[in-house]
Design a protein around this ligand. Structure first.
Ligand code: MLT
Length: 393
């Protein structure tokens, strides 16, 4: 063919982190069919959906079988019932979000990846290490990216740069994937101040907020002034086991504007053109998750996963291996033992203990020589993984 392709794609790593891991693990399993592999790599949930959610989804499926209650295209921004339920949820954090500021989507990954559509050629600030979608989606659109290094010295919580530039796009993830570090109120306030002073936009990824323990902001809008400088992304995936069911939301406050243009309107325009909404049944399930009973059931799921985190954390404490996370985060972020690089340790664990984790380097150069283990696995398998690690390390 003689078409021009998007040359920016040539600047990406050959494959997406979790696809690369899956490829290596599948090859290993093919060669070693008798080995029992324990997967603690991608943060994919293993417990079934809360009953409240499945009941609501079943009822919704039933509605689809009757002409009177059948639904066709879903509204592209989400049904009013769920936009309102999400808006109400923010009241728990003493935050007022209007339902028209909430956009329901099929995933935080999609939102974080798609937001670049409405943004121009700004300089981008991305923590390193962090969830790889922020970087990849900006490379795809040819943006210039600078990194904010997260390391032991700053407790994996990079703060605003000293030199001030106008109009940056800043990605923050708290609790952080992969390190588990959580910004406190003071730190987040500094970021909001910085963004307001420089006319920058923060894209705040709160996908893991339901794992927070203690007095930390769950939403960036708990900080005064954030509505004038921040978009927030959140998801039902980790909170309610929706990784395969798909439902998330993004808050684009009406107060967000640049040169007289409303970002809320731009995003609405983008979604209306490129998105046809989340299935009705899924939105009903997600709505049920936000009820009191739904929340109770989600808390049980979270407690189960956090017990897994504890099993892993106890093991690394016993072994004297440095790690963070595992408290307000479902991930354990550990320093690779014996001076191994991230991918060396990945291979070492797979070959010698049949455990799959995620190499820290996959989250950015500053993640080199670190490794992430997910606590979203099955309880017994996590205990078995800890025993294998105890033997090996
Ligand atoms: C992760 O493992 O980092 C996440 O599950 C990936 C995702 O949410 O897309």
């Amino acid at each position: 063919m003689k078409i021009k392709i998007n040359e920016n794609y040539k600047s990406l790593k050959e494959s997406y982190l979790f696809s690369e891991i899956a490829k290596r693990v599948n090859a290993y399993v093919k060669e070693n069919p008798d080995k029992k592999v324990i997967r603690l790599g991608i943060g994919d949930v293993t417990l079934p959906l809360p009953k409240t959610a499945t009941d609501a989804m079943q009822k919704a499926v039933q509605e689809m079988t009757e002409k009177a209650t059948f639904r066709g295209y879903a509204p592209e921004y989400g049904y009013d019932f769920i936009r309102e339920a999400i808006s109400k949820r923010y009241k728990k954090f003493n935050v007022e979000i209007e339902s028209q500021e909430v956009f329901v989507s099929d995933g935080a990954k999609s939102d974080v990846g798609n937001i670049v559509d409405i943004l121009g050629d700004n300089k981008i600030l991305i923590p390193n290490p962090v969830y790889p979608v922020y970087l990849d989606s900006n490379i795809m659109s040819g943006r210039k990216v600078e990194f904010l290094e997260a390391n032991i010295d700053n407790q994996f919580l990079p703060m605003p740069p000293k030199t001030r530039e106008e109009g940056l796009i800043i990605y923050l993830c708290s609790p952080n994937n992969p390190t588990g570090a959580v910004y406190n109120f003071e730190q987040l306030k500094k970021w909001v101040q910085f963004a307001r002073q420089t006319g920058s936009l923060i894209i705040f990824d709160a996908a893991y907020e339901s794992f927070i323990v203690g007095e930390y902001p769950h939403s960036i809008y708990e900080i005064d002034g954030a509505k004038e400088c921040a978009i927030e992304v959140c998801s039902f995936s980790k909170m309610a086991g929706f990784t395969g069911t798909r439902c998330a939301w993004m808050v684009v406050p009406k107060a967000l504007e640049s040169s007289g243009t409303s970002l809320n309107k731009l995003w609405a325009r983008r979604q209306a053109t490129k998105f046809n909404g989340v299935p009705y049944m899924v939105q009903r399930g997600a709505e049920a998750v936000l009820t009191e009973q739904g929340e109770k059931e989600c808390n049980k799921l979270i407690a189960y996963y956090m017990q897994n985190a504890k099993v892993l954390a106890d093991l690394f404490t016993k072994k004297g291996i440095y790690f963070t996370g595992g408290i307000s985060s479902p991930y354990i972020w550990l320093k690779c033992p014996k001076g191994m690089s991230s991918w060396e340790f990945f291979d070492y664990l797979l070959q010698n203990a049949q455990i799959v984790g995620t190499p820290g380097a996959g989250f950015g150069s500053a993640g080199e020589s670190y490794f992430r283990l997910s606590s979203f696995g099955d309880k017994d398998l996590t205990v078995e993984a800890a025993a294998r690690l105890d033997n090996l390390l």
